[in-house]
Write a protein that binds this ligand. Structure first.
Ligand SMILES: [Zn+2]
Length: 86
């Protein structure tokens, strides 16, 4: 199996989940969407279709978000918003 673009750049996440900076929701590391952009390049995008964040630079390891939020669960709930602040 080939590595995702994100994995090639940053390696696997510690938590197995990514958290999206745009929509502040989390998804399983392997469940990003793929989209072809106007240059014909395959893009790895946020799992949620109503979000235009990508799964490479707009996504954090869930473990990194949790460092500032020890109350957040180890396994984030799909579709739930986990704010970075507040
Ligand atoms: Zn998103």
């Amino acid at each position: 199996m080939s590595k995702s673009e994100r994995e090639a750049m940053f390696g696997k996440t510690e938590s197995g989940y990514l958290w999206c900076l745009h929509c502040e929701r989390a998804y399983k590391e392997s469940e990003y969407r793929t989209e072809v952009n106007r240059n014909g390049d395959m893009m790895e995008m946020c799992h949620y279709e109503d979000c235009d964040g990508d799964a490479v630079i707009d996504a954090w390891d869930w473990a990194d978000l949790k460092e500032g939020h020890p109350d957040y669960p180890d396994n984030p709930v799909e579709g739930k918003v986990y704010p970075q602040y507040g």
